[in-house]
Design a protein around this ligand. Structure first.
Ligand code: SF4
Ligand code: SF4
Length: 397
């Protein structure tokens, strides 16, 4: 381990925690596990000791000892059971930038070889297949074959004005593939000149950040940027908030980037999407990376409110305070049962609103909430906002 994984600001922030526990009160991992060791407060207490143990001054005084490999592993087990939802950062009265700190800490633990085995799988899948599932990347746009009205080019064109960057989950996971299908139909209805990148789309790199492998992004970034340039596009649309955030924060700023909610909001303002009435009471779940992460709260709400007939109710925790669905931070791969417990708490909050449906704007949230609802027979429909618009498009069921 090395303190070089942290900035000076982070090293100061690690020691600035007041142990007020505000972070623990809002942490979905603590609520889903009843284990206070998953809180930011506990993590900072241990990390503070580790940082001091690596500092010559403190070591010479004999106040702190280097952790054993076993202690490091136990600590790592708590660090990776976190969805990186950022609710602790939002709640922290000391203003500590906790989310970025968790990325640095994961990087530190991976460099120290104290990390869950699943991290190696993520690394290998991205190295060998360029997608997080280890699937054949040539099959990235295969979902188009399930669209009876798809054009002959299968939405993979040599040039287009707009790129739809689909992301790994929506490309390969059957339940999530309904989202790109819906978005392609909406784009067709609004006559948007768009293309997919097909096999030239590689993972955006977001899973690497959460895996503590942020030093290995360069190849993925270079490939994706070149693939877009080759098609002459200036605009890129993402239905995945994590891809969107990744491109905003880690890619060269050469294109105009839109989350689907922003792009579709524009199309609605331009009267390019005639929506019919939907008789539905629904609530909206803010995906962590779109809401707290990218600060996009109004675009999805404006879309929902523009559909005639919809009755919109807010969750008790919404906007900046929205609680995570359990799908972030690679948690599903590392501790599937904790991820499901978090989704369960989320669905209880959804049911308390009395809504018939919960709409979100992220394929991973759709996955975790739908899986929980199906397994536990929760009578609430889960859908992405792209699917909601497709449902409301005149003539679409
Ligand atoms: S990022 Fe979310 S899950 Fe992780 S410690 Fe903070 S509040 Fe808990
Ligand atoms: S909310 Fe901030 S200051 Fe309070 S215990 Fe958590 S990390 Fe420390």
């Amino acid at each position: 381990m090395s303190n070089r994984n942290y900035s000076i600001r982070q090293l100061i922030q690690i020691q600035a925690c007041t142990n007020c526990q505000a972070c623990a009160d809002v942490c979905p991992a603590v609520a889903g596990s009843f284990d206070g060791k998953l809180s930011a407060a506990y993590r900072l207490e241990v990390l503070g000791r580790l940082v001091k143990a690596r500092t010559g001054f403190w070591r010479r005084l004999g106040f702190v000892k280097e952790p054993t490999a076993e202690e490091l592993r136990a600590f790592s087990d708590t660090v990776f059971r976190c969805t990186l939802c950022g609710n602790c950062r939002q709640a922290c009265p000391a203003g500590l930038d906790l989310t970025h700190l968790w990325h640095s800490l994961r990087r530190d633990l991976v460099a120290s070889e104290a990390y869950p085995g699943k991290i190696d799988m993520i690394r290998e899948n991205l190295d060998e297949s360029h997608n997080v599932f280890g699937e054949d990347n040539e099959e990235r746009a295969e979902w188009v074959e399930d669209m009876p009205d798809a054009p002959e080019h299968g939405y993979v064109k040599e040039r287009a004005e707009v790129i739809y960057f689909t992301g790994c989950v929506s490309s390969f996971f059957p339940l999530a593939q309904r989202i790109p299908m819906a978005l392609a139909k909406i784009f067709d209805a609004a006559r948007v000149d768009f293309t997919l990148l097909g096999e030239d789309e590689w993972c955006c790199g977001f899973p690497l950040l959460g895996a503590g492998l942020g030093g290995q992004l360069d190849g993925l970034i270079a490939n994706n940027v070149e693939a877009i340039k080759a098609r002459g596009a200036k605009q890129v649309v993402f239905a995945c908030p994590s891809c969107y955030r990744m491109w905003q924060e880690h890619y060269p700023q050469e294109f105009e980037l839109f989350h689907a909610t922003e792009f579709l909001g524009r199309l609605l303002k331009e009267d390019r999407l005639p929506l019919r009435e939907l008789d539905l009471t629904l609530t909206y779940h803010d995906p962590c990376d779109l809401g707290r992460g990218a600060g996009t709260f109004d675009a999805p709400r404006d879309i929902i409110k523009s559909i005639p007939g919809i009755r919109f109710v807010e969750l008790s925790n919404h906007r900046e305070n929205c609680s995570c669905c359990g799908g972030g931070g690679n948690l599903e791969m590392i501790d599937a049962s904790l991820s499901a417990n978090i989704a369960g708490n989320k669905m209880k909050e959804v049911q308390a609103t009395g809504a018939q449906a919960v709409v979100t704007a992220c394929q991973q949230c759709v996955r975790t909430m739908t899986t929980y609802a199906k397994r536990n027979k929760v009578p609430v429909e889960v859908m992405d906002i792209v699917q909601l618009i497709n449902k409301a498009l005149a003539g679409e069921d």
